[in-house]
Design a protein around this ligand. Structure first.
Ligand code: K7E
Ligand code: CUA
Length: 667
């Protein structure tokens, strides 16, 4: 260790001494203090562990003492696990994994009748899907800021959208997009969550029929879907939702306009070459074929106008779903293009709503478009040309406000309250901080549109998330880099490595960004995350009343109170009304005949926080998690005679092992 470092170490140690003195001694008692805990001096620990001043700073910034809570909650995509990860910030402690597209036994997700029905809502006709590829969690917003009520996520693999209610952190609805098998530009919400946006990705015939790749330009199409959200019911309403038919470019990320651009939606695209691949037949592979042109198209969509046209009946039905045809979009002035440099990926609207930040994977710049200029060009009908389908194209120089050279492989951008933008650099494994122009410039007195700082991350960052960093009022303070590779960051766990969420300190507007913490993610490939102030979430501690059905957020018709337990036989159907409380089920014996249909409701009649009971039934493949107040149902045919001990899977009390019973099936 150099003298300089030693010097810093001493300064930090001194600061710690001061801090501990303040904490332990209060204001008036002037006692002499040695900074020791349990007989060990803090300085010694620092020295023994070989920590630098920076390490100590990072530790002090992120450590949350036992019993204390994080300031922020991060909702991160669980990638192809199909789930959502809930993480405390800045501690980076994993708080929960929410079952969404994939059955999850600990939560009983996809085992009870109620949760199976939610999962089945996302099945295409005739198929049962048991996984999803979650990309973009989108929190519900009011006035362009997160309101902590709902979370939406998309499944890129099958074009589905799920709704999670943040009163109990459970998935309430999954909808299957009827016209596509692939989405990416979702989920993002309009500033008051009137619509949840689901942009498509890989073009295909929207009616789901076969068409050969020779007919790509005529028969294949892209799409963007606007799912109407009924906040009171907490559900997407398919009948009030509609899609736009788009040219068969591969649409990518989207974002909703806000403030000045509210009512508009922006959507990137790549493969405007309309390459169809086929490397095995001597064609250029997609990666080359889709990257030939210098420019792709930013889609500028007038959502208000599209909504009017939908309400005026200008849609046609494809697979029973409302779709505004491409020719209508062009004729009525719903869809415009602006050229964007080489294979763009992220599109992010600035907090004031006036600038659109686009990053091209193959261009070291972020390109900033001015919405007001785009709107003026549309109003004046200033179009230089049209695409092959007739969509008007606004001139690049007319729409462009600035370009900032940020580094290699820029992907996604978020914002803070100090007038900075943060862009992830995939190829460079770094985060770039740069100054926004417009109304933001005045706040920091620096030149607008300039790079000011970079921090290395490890490695290959995809998205980044700043606390409330895509809101009208960003919070800043922390940034999480969602890194795709971790290589040497953690103990070797074999060839499949965890990914790495890295926490970065961005609190000071004058100091450089500082890396604080590494969190290995051993599930799925997380893509995007959003970070919300923890106090905005008003989750229940227990369900509001005994006999609650979370799938409807109301009283379960088959719930019973203590004393109301019963077994009712009707012909070959046996219905069980059971309660669970520490530490027994009532009844403890359930006997049926082979071939009977069993409908079995269990109500947890506890009111104590955390008094969850499980319910495992062997052979019949059930596990439930029944939280205090909750009622859950299993339904099956007792197709094999025998004796089946059932038991509670949550260690709920000292007599938890005794919380069991026998399910007997008579031959
Ligand atoms: Cu991985 Cu937003 Cu799906 Cu970029 S996406 S990295
Ligand atoms: Cu109930 Cu263990």
């Amino acid at each position: 260790m150099g003298t300089r470092n030693k010097h810093y170490l001493w300064l930090t140690a001194l600061a710690l001494v001061g801090l501990l003195w303040l904490l332990t001694c209060g204001k008036n008692e002037q006692k002499a203090v040695t900074v020791s805990v349990g007989g060990q001096e803090v300085n010694q620990v620092i020295q023994q562990r070989g920590l630098t001043a920076q390490d100590v700073y990072a530790a002090v910034k992120t450590y949350i003492p036992t019993g204390k809570h994080d300031e922020y909650i991060m909702f991160a995509s669980g990638g192809h696990s199909g789930q959502v990860l809930v993480i405390g910030v800045p501690s980076m402690r994993l708080l929960k994994v929410i079952g969404v597209f994939t059955p999850e036994p600990w939560q009983g997700w996809g085992f009870s009748k109620e949760t199976r029905e939610v999962l089945a809502g996302g099945n295409p006709p005739g198929k049962t899907l048991t996984w999803g590829d979650v990309h973009h969690p989108g929190l519900s917003e009011t006035g362009g800021d997160y309101d902590g009520q709902f979370l939406f996520v998309n499944d890129k693999a099958n074009s589905r959208v799920a709704v999670i209610d943040l009163r109990d952190f459970e998935t309430k609805q999954i909808v299957k997009n009827p016209i596509s098998l692939s989405d990416h530009g979702g989920t993002f919400v309009t500033p008051n969550t009137e619509y949840v946006i689901e942009g498509g990705q890989y073009a295909m015939p929207l009616n789901g029929q076969y068409a050969s790749l020779d007919q790509y330009k005529e028969k294949y199409r892209g799409m963007i879907t606007f799912w109407k959200f009924d906040r009171k019911k907490g559900r997407l309403v398919p009948g009030q939702s509609f899609a736009l038919e788009l040219p068969p470019y591969w649409q990518d990320l989207s974002d909703a306009g806000k403030q000045v651009s509210e009512g508009w939606v922006f959507l990137n695209s790549f493969n405007t070459e309309m390459a169809t691949g086929g490397v095995e037949s001597g064609n250029p592979p997609f990666e080359a074929g889709a990257s030939q042109r210098d420019m792709d198209y930013l889609h500028v969509i007038n959502l208000r106008k599209a909504e009017q046209l939908f309400k005026a009946g200008k849609t046609k039905k494809i697979n029973g779903f409302n779709v505004l045809p491409l020719d209508v979009l062009i004729k009525e002035g719903v869809l415009y293009f602006v050229p964007e440099p080489k294979s763009p990926h992220g599109i992010d609207v600035t907090p004031d709503g006036n600038y659109l930040v686009v990053s091209g994977k193959l261009d070291p710049h972020v390109t900033i478009y001015n919405f007001t200029k785009i709107k003026q060009a549309i109003e004046k009908g200033q179009f230089k040309e049209h695409d092959p389908y007739g969509v008007p194209i606004i001139d690049f120089d007319t729409a462009m406000e600035a370009q900032v050279e940020v580094g290699l492989g820029p992907l996604h951008t978020q914002f803070d309250p100090n007038g900075y933008a943060y862009t992830s650099l995939f190829l460079e494994s770094a985060v770039a901080r740069w100054t926004l122009g417009g109304q933001w410039t005045s706040k920091h007195g620096k030149e607008p549109w300039t790079l000011v700082d970079k921090v290395s991350v490890h490695y290959n960052i995809g998205h980044l998330a700043v606390a409330e960093g895509d809101n009208v009022h960003p919070d800043g303070k922390y940034l999480v880099a969602l890194n795709k590779w971790s290589i040497d960051r953690f103990a070797n766990v074999g060839p499949l490595l965890p990914q790495n969420f890295q926490l970065v300190d961005i609190a000071s507007k004058d100091q450089p960004m500082k890396l604080l913490y590494d969190m290995p993610i051993g599930i799925g490939e997380p893509h995007y995350a959003q970070i919300i102030k923890a106090d905005k979430i008003k989750a229940w501690e227990v369900y509001p009343e005994i006999g609650w059905d979370p799938s409807t957020q109301s009283k379960h018709p088959k719930a019973v109170q203590a004393g109301g337990e019963k077994i009712v036989r009707r012909g070959k159907t046996v219905e069980v009304f059971m309660t669970a409380v520490r530490s027994h089920y009532t009844p403890e014996h359930v006997e049926v005949k082979k071939g009977d249909r069993v409908i079995w409701h269990i109500t947890n009649i506890e009111r104590a926080r955390d008094a969850t009971h499980g319910f495992a039934l062997p052979y019949y493949n059930f596990n439930l998690s029944i939280e205090p107040g909750e009622t859950q149902t299993i339904e099956f045919v007792a197709d094999r005679a025998g004796v089946y001990p059932f038991y509670c899977t949550e260690f709920c009390s000292a007599l938890h092992l005794e919380m069991a019973g026998y399910f007997l099936v008579k031959p």
